[in-house]
Design a protein around this ligand. Sequence first.
Ligand SMILES: *[C@@H]1O[C@H](CO)[C@@H](O)[C@H](O)[C@H]1NC(C)=O
Ligand SMILES: *[C@@H]1O[C@H](CO)[C@@H](O)[C@H](O)[C@H]1NC(C)=O
Ligand SMILES: *[C@@H]1O[C@H](CO)[C@@H](O)[C@H](O)[C@H]1NC(C)=O
Ligand SMILES: *[C@@H]1O[C@H](CO)[C@@H](O)[C@H](O)[C@H]1NC(C)=O
Ligand SMILES: *[C@@H]1O[C@H](CO)[C@@H](O)[C@H](O)[C@H]1NC(C)=O
Ligand SMILES: *[C@@H]1O[C@H](CO)[C@@H](O)[C@H](O)[C@H]1NC(C)=O
Ligand SMILES: *[C@@H]1O[C@H](CO)[C@@H](O)[C@H](O)[C@H]1NC(C)=O
Length: 478
Amino acid sequence: MKNSLLQLLSIFTLSSALILQALCQGSSRNTTTTTYYVLNFGAVGDGSTDDTQVQLHLLFQAFEDAWNATCESRVGSPATMHVPSGSTFLLQPIVFAGPCNSDVNVLIDGTLIAPSDPSEWKCKDDTCSQWITFHNINNLLISGSGTINGQGAQWWDCKASVCVSLSLCIYTQFGGTGGINVRNSSCHIYVSSSTSEYIFFPTPLFLVIRSTFPPNNQCPVQLSCGTKATGFTISDSNNVYISDLTFMDSPKMHIALERSTWVRATNLTITAPENSPNTDGIHVQQSQNVFIEQTLIGTGDDCISIGDGSAYLKISGITCGPGHGISVGSLGFNGANNTVEHVYVSDVVFRGTSNGARIKTWQGGKGYATDITFQRITTFDSRYPIIIDQFYCEGNQKCTTQTSAVEVSNVRYIDIHGTSSGETAVKFACSETVSCTDVSMNDIDLTSNGTSNTTSSCQNVQGTQHEVFPRVPCLTSN
Ligand SMILES: *[C@@H]1O[C@H](CO)[C@@H](O)[C@H](O)[C@H]1NC(C)=O
Ligand SMILES: *[C@@H]1O[C@H](CO)[C@@H](O)[C@H](O)[C@H]1NC(C)=O
Ligand SMILES: *[C@@H]1O[C@H](CO)[C@@H](O)[C@H](O)[C@H]1NC(C)=O
Ligand SMILES: *[C@@H]1O[C@H](CO)[C@@H](O)[C@H](O)[C@H]1NC(C)=O
Ligand SMILES: *[C@@H]1O[C@H](CO)[C@@H](O)[C@H](O)[C@H]1NC(C)=O
Ligand SMILES: *[C@@H]1O[C@H](CO)[C@@H](O)[C@H](O)[C@H]1NC(C)=O
Ligand SMILES: *[C@@H]1O[C@H](CO)[C@@H](O)[C@H](O)[C@H]1NC(C)=O
């Protein structure tokens, strides 16, 4: 066990050197650098929501043109695309694609915003799965003091809308109050679920409607919220360094790292409201040698989620909350064969999160999650500071008992202290057929944030514990 940890650490040290080397190579080739300013390409930086189509088009074109000039540049390396401070740019979904002729710096000091109204998103093939994407680029540095704001509130509202049957439907037309997102069909309307009473102003009548919820939220007409977009995606790229930026209010996850290697994310701030659905901070999948450091994340879903194909991840110096914790998974959805290995999470503070160090897998999956370490973690008011859930089930999925499961093994918890907002501070819910093995806990102290005592719950988990409170009955003490 010690060996594998040492091995892991040496790989990380080696990898840091490689990244630095790779990032330096560009500038040592030619000290001349070239900067392309988006404003020089006709971008209108006023972020006005009533931009006409033409302006929007110009704006989109300006970013495309600036990117093309940057990416095709052979005049010195790196070539820089600069989004200046003091300006707000309304940006439609865009892909900044490589390969590029030289190393590329993207310096974002201004603010980028997405259209706030989902119907104003202009997506190719009507699938808005991504907003800003960097694809197929080697030696890419993205930094700056800027903000990337997905303005996702109306997407979240749509997802959270409930159907309401009206007792009175003589209206022909009405509007909502207080910015309620109203969609109607016949005598049914959809309203934001956070609203308890609905007051509408049909023209020319003033009318207060008291309404009932139809059974099972069944509306005769389905409300389609469309595909929500990931805010910022880096895909199929190598040697990527991303730092200093602020990300907020993405419709779906804020940052996705996909099919990439040697990615370092540092000094980022990622925020969204606690009740915004699926707004993970950073999601990693099919990527290796990923470093996430010194980053503040508070959203409505996982601060960091580690998906299929992730290996050699080092996550440290994270402040997480609100949110669902730092999660390996979910893995094995719909019988998928997923793997995650060599993950080292350290020096994390969880504040008011629903989970802390979490591993979640669906029943019926295949594959494994192995060699995972959580070390030097502090929790304040977390519901489940430590949790492995091999029975993960979400949304409307029918989660029937199944025999196969994603194997969870070789998991280490070291030096974890703090408080839990619930009684069960440690929860290991492992499958009967594929138990969790080689779980070790060392120096754990998790107390209640109130007056109750904390306990551990466990099933089908094997391993050892040393100086652990609350003691885990399934583990042998040593
Ligand atoms: C950018 O370059 C690509 C590839 O060369 C080309 O297909 C695209 O039309 C260019 N876009 C603009 C706005 O010039
Ligand atoms: C760097 O690139 C510029 C522009 O192509 C060129 O004039 C200059 O000679 C190059 N410098 C070196 C050290 O190669
Ligand atoms: C982190 O990012 C912020 C905001 O861009 C910046 O002001 C600060 O200097 C950065 N810190 C470090 C250590 O680079
Ligand atoms: C509600 O339905 C009426 C009649 O079909 C339609 O004219 C109106 O635009 C709809 N309102 C909204 C907010 O969709
Ligand atoms: C799952 O994928 C891994 C890695 O690709 C492979 O080694 C393993 O055989 C697969 N397992 C099953 C049950 O298909
Ligand atoms: C414990 O944490 C929960 C969740 O954050 C919070 O609602 C509750 O007020 C806390 N209890 C105390 C006594 O601080
Ligand atoms: C907490 O545990 C202690 C020691 O086992 C016991 O004396 C105390 O009554 C418990 N408190 C509660 C609220 O259960």
